[in-house]
Design a protein around this ligand. Sequence first.
Ligand code: KG4
Ligand code: ZN
Length: 358
Amino acid sequence: MKILGIETSCDETAAAVVEDGRKILSNVLASSSSIQSKSGGIIPEIAAREHIASIIPVIKQSLFQASLTGKNASSGYIDNTKLIEWAQQNIDAIAVTAGPGLIGCLLVGVEAAKALSYAWTKPIIPVVHTLAHLYSNWLVEKPPPKMPVVVLTVSGGHTDLLLMRNHGRFQILGSTRDDTAGEAFDKIARMLELPFPGGPQIQKLAKSGDLKTLVLPRPLLNNSDLDFSFSGLKTGAIKEIKTGRYEKNDVAASVQDAICDVLVRKTLKAVEKFKARTVLLAGGVAANTYLRDLLIKRSPIPVEIPPINLCTDNAAFVASYAYFNYHPILWKKINAESDTSSILQRYAVVETTESKIR
Ligand code: KG4
Ligand code: ZN
């Protein structure tokens, strides 16, 4: 079964074709992050406008690349009529991120997917982005992770701990109560006058810094629940930066250590509590080598981290999620939802949901 996935929840316009949930036939992405970098963060209105400009070319390119699979040609002129013919004959269903995310951005992908579903009379599956992230682990050429799995999804948009007992059996264990880990990296980096996105810049500077320089708060570390909070840590770091007493690389090393320490400890608490057999890491912050190494070093069970282009937002994991959680609904009934709790209640079977998830 070939599913066309569409993703526009944040600043990436993405479309992909995935066969049987695991084989990527195409994975196309246009990002507005370089435009956003000038403003030091994502401006939803600009991201939405960029989606409008990119959505059709990105979908066309992903169908075109998928149609070439197994053939010698790798590029060339796209004949619209032939492409539509190919899609009508070969695409079995359409999957689209319905939320959570920026509402103006989500709408672009959702409306495009609904139009295609109607025009091509293909089933359509609404996808919950937070859960779809997990499926980057099904897109690598390895045996699927042993369940139950605990997943830490960390990016600019999320800091979520999830438990997956099987496809369709997800449990949200915890989430951030305020800033995400990616936001904490980005906001502290901005105070250090580093360009956006700040996470990779902090990682680079931290290499030559002393992580013991700043003593930063590690909020909610000893709480009984599995929620996160990064605003105290962020404010603590910003206060120290303002004193002008510390070198940037020492601040970067201390911040990176504090954020990653909290992430790893909470994840391992979840592993122990739910007797997980695999830990998965997802989201843009999974690119952080200090976080990866710390998790691998401390984890008593295998840690799986897909290549970073699959960890960050893409449409291949949207298509994969839809294959393993195949619940098509009438195109008219799909609406974009920015809020996590509402989208989970509406479109996903989740055993427990938290009201504060971002
Ligand atoms: O998943 P992603 O590309 O986009 C969403 O936010 O959905 O994640 C971007 C986030 C940014 O906050 C960026 O600073 C962070 O991931 N990030 C990193 C690293 N690479 C990206 N944070 C820490 N270390 C990195 N190496
Ligand atoms: Zn994401």
